[in-house]
Design a protein around this ligand. Sequence first.
Ligand SMILES: Cc1cc2nc3c(=O)[nH]c(=O)nc-3n(C[C@H](O)[C@H](O)[C@H](O)COP(=O)(O)OP(=O)(O)OC[C@H]3O[C@@H](n4cnc5c(N)ncnc54)[C@H](O)[C@@H]3O)c2cc1C
Length: 423
Amino acid sequence: MTPTKSKTLECDLMVIGGGIAGITAAVEAAEMGRSVMLVEKEHYLGGQVARMHRYFPKLCPPLCGMEINFRRIKNNTLITALTGAAPAKIASAGSGYQVEVMVEPRFVTEACTACGDCEKVCTVEAPDAFNMGLTRAKAIRLPYEMAYPYRYYVDKSAVQHPSLQAAAKICPAQAIDLSMQPLLTTVKTKAVVWAAGWQSYDAAKLPELGFDVLLNVVTNLQFERIAANAILANNKIVRPSDGAPLASVAFVQCAGSRDDNHLPYCSAVCCMASLKQSRYIREQYPDAEIHIFFIDARTPGRWEDFYVNVQDDPKTIVHRGKVGKIEAADNSNLTIIAENTLTGNLERVTVGMAILAVGMEPVRGAKELGLPLAFDKYGFAYRNGAANVMPAGVAAGPKDVAASVQEATGSVALALSAIGRSI
Ligand SMILES: Cc1cc2nc3c(=O)[nH]c(=O)nc-3n(C[C@H](O)[C@H](O)[C@H](O)COP(=O)(O)OP(=O)(O)OC[C@H]3O[C@@H](n4cnc5c(N)ncnc54)[C@H](O)[C@@H]3O)c2cc1C
């Protein structure tokens, strides 16, 4: 499809990435009176946090906090949120930047009321990336239950399917436009915040842990979706292979982290994420056995209380040792093999399911776009002389939500003070 070109737009600040860091940067700047273009490549805002079932430390659903931010965006005319959009080219222009933003077609217009009639008529499915490859979904769908914008989109791989033509015909708001084309928008901005976040380390690179072959081995982010989907459907969390209740589960910490062959660094949140996920299981299964295998638990500052509480649970067994192998014990169960680093003994524990605590890798692209940022050897960004280009959130290094929010606020303050000096 050839993109249509739109007129040139202008803003004080462009924020690239609509996760919690980017959203924070956008609302903080707009509430200081600056015009903001928030550019998000998915058809929804929220980033990885939107995928979480609950988040630590309070274990509340992430959408509690997100919803407030979505309202701040909706009510602030200084923010333009472009979803399905990503920068294609960035060039210096005077003291700021000219950015070519490619906006992918959503095939559903702002007239959509999310009534869901289209979904009933649509008979074609496509993989649902929001669920990390665990499920398929109708090709016309809401991104997630509380998505912003609260509007359907069409998976472009299925746009030609006849049932989508039928959906377009019956849409009461006439909001489905299957002829939409990509749009290339030129934006002149005085400053940029890079908040493109993270992706999970690819568990397929750890064949000894069986991720590709054993159905009951999942990643920590997949487990967030398994838990969230179960609760949404008023069901219990069950294991993937056969829908059996969870009788015993192993958490494999540092799966590919703090390992020179994979990610040499600590992702800072995986210990807390696993301790949190062990609570999801415990709430539903008071008798389930939970085994946590770790090199050492990293729960800094006030997160230590959380760790101590989990340790008080007599059915949570903490093993000091990195897991070397996971193999099938039978058709469904798994044997976890680890060397206990305190005793030197090889431990073999049979469980029903294993959750790999894989780390966070930075999303790449800033360097290729020519953004004047520097990058450490792992690809995390840091400031590089240009005061009006700042990284924020996990794009600048592994961190939790609270730290991402703090950093985003600081980045905006610095970027805006640089603009202040240049006008
Ligand atoms: C399993 C797990 C559980 C966790 N649980 C918790 C928890 O309970 N509590 C907590 O505090 N923290 C938790 N974290 C950490 C938390 O997920 C991060 O702190 C948070 O996601 C950081 O937000 P971010 O905005 O920096 O990045 P992201 O959430 O990754 O958002 C980045 C956004 O940028 C977009 N993007 C990427 N590239 C482009 C591009 N080129 N153009 C436009 N947009 C782009 C992405 O689509 C995404 O929407 C957990 C982490 C893991 C791994």
